[in-house]
Design a protein around this ligand. Structure first.
Ligand SMILES: [Zn+2]
Length: 183
């Protein structure tokens, strides 16, 4: 395993590839349709906008783009659905969300609200491969063989002893609106 090396540079082009990903908002629209279909058997634009707490107009614009990209369908009665690829993306994001929530909240002990927020940021950007590896690690931990129990005990002990001395003094990359020149 590689030791924690904070000086390692991100591949220069990596972040540029994020541009190819669906927007965060678009992903939330897809997941919301999937949830509504699961819960009620139908989804309309108004149901999506209500659940996302955005205006109907704003939801319409995003849904129109998703229809153009072949991810969302709409029938003559204006009921929304998901195409096969739309379904695949929604399902993957839901699974990734579950995996990251388990990692942050249950395994790392991050506060539920913070874990929820961080999961929201990651859920649509994390790769299938990394999410899958994480899921397998969690499944192994949940299977609770003795070696894992010893590991968890040792980890808790380590946390207790090193809480103060091992702080990395990290901050969140956010600034006040007034400090942002092009806001
Ligand atoms: Zn999110």
């Amino acid at each position: 395993m590689q030791s924690l090396n904070l000086g390692r540079k991100l591949d220069l082009d990596t972040w540029k590839n994020f541009e190819k990903m669906l927007s965060h908002s678009a992903v939330h629209h897809l997941v919301t349709i999937a949830e509504l279909l699961e819960e009620h058997g139908y989804a309309r634009v108004s149901d999506v906008s209500r659940r996302l707490e955005i205006t109907r107009g704003s939801a319409s614009i995003t849904l129109k783009r998703l229809k153009e990209r072949g991810l969302v369908t709409e029938d003559k009665r204006r009921f929304l659905g998901l195409s096969e690829s739309g379904q695949q993306i929604a399902h993957s994001v839901q699974m990734k969300k579950k995996i990251m929530m388990t990692l942050f909240k249950d395994f790392l002990g991050v506060d539920a609200t913070q874990a929820d927020q961080d999961t929201c940021k990651i859920e649509h950007l994390i790769s299938a491969e990394t999410a899958d590896r994480t899921a397998r690690l969690l499944r192994f931990i949940e299977s609770a063989p003795p070696v894992v129990k010893d590991f968890i005990e040792a980890l808790e002990q380590f946390e207790k002893l090193s809480q103060e001395s091992h702080s990395l003094h990290l901050v969140d990359a956010q600034i006040e609106k007034k400090d942002e020149p092009h806001a």
